[in-house]
Structure formats: C-alpha cells, structure tokens
Design a protein. Structure first.
Ligand SMILES: [Zn+2]
Length: 106
C-alpha cells in the first residue's frame, strides 16, 4: 500500500483500497441513494463505468459511475459534464458515498 506521509485519506470499506485524500474533499453536502456522499476534486484507484446522461435535482449531467479498482464495489460517480452553467464547477469532480468508505489516518 502506498505511503501517504501522515495525510488522512478515505478507503474502500470492503477492501481498504485508498480512494481519496481528505485534503481533496470539497463538500459533504451531497446525497446518494445510500445517504450522505462527499465530493472530492480527485480520486484514486477507481475504475470509470460507461458515460451516461442523468437528470438530477440541479439539472442534467453526463456522469460515469465509479467502482473500486480492487473489489469492484460501486462507490459513486464522476461528473463529466454539467449542462447548466451554474453547475459547471462540478465537472471533473468525484462523488463518493460516505457509507462505502472508511476514513483512515496513516
Ligand atoms: Zn474495494
């Protein structure tokens, strides 16, 4: 496993694969089907699913689901495109469901 110089990070609840650094956390206010979800500017060790258009409360998006590269658990989604100009800031960011992760300090 990689060495993270004491920086806190989140890992897959299933297999402890590191997924995102705490310092890349943008927002904790997102909602997913399982409940609370976090937005990150970056994610690691994830695999992207196919592109799909999705209608959400705040508008239409092109997203790709993201999966753990180790165990294959579905974790959340990646914003590829926001159709609404006010939502453009979300493009390139990752949503990870809180319930699917563990927070670790190494
Ligand atoms: Zn995993």
């Amino acid at each position: 496993m990689a060495e993270f110089d004491g920086r806190p990070f989140f890992s897959c609840r299933n297999c402890l694969n590191p997924l995102a650094f705490h310092h890349d956390l943008i927002s904790k206010t997102f909602k997913a089907q399982t409940g609370q979800a976090y937005m990150f500017s970056n994610a690691m060790n994830v695999v992207l699913g196919r592109k799909e258009d999705k209608q959400m409360i705040t508008g239409m998006y092109t997203i790709a689901k993201i999966y753990c590269s180790n165990c294959g658990q579905e974790l959340g989604w990646h914003y590829l495109r926001a159709y609404d100009l006010k939502q453009k800031w979300k493009e390139g960011n990752f949503i990870l469901e809180k319930f699917k992760m563990l927070k670790e300090y190494k």
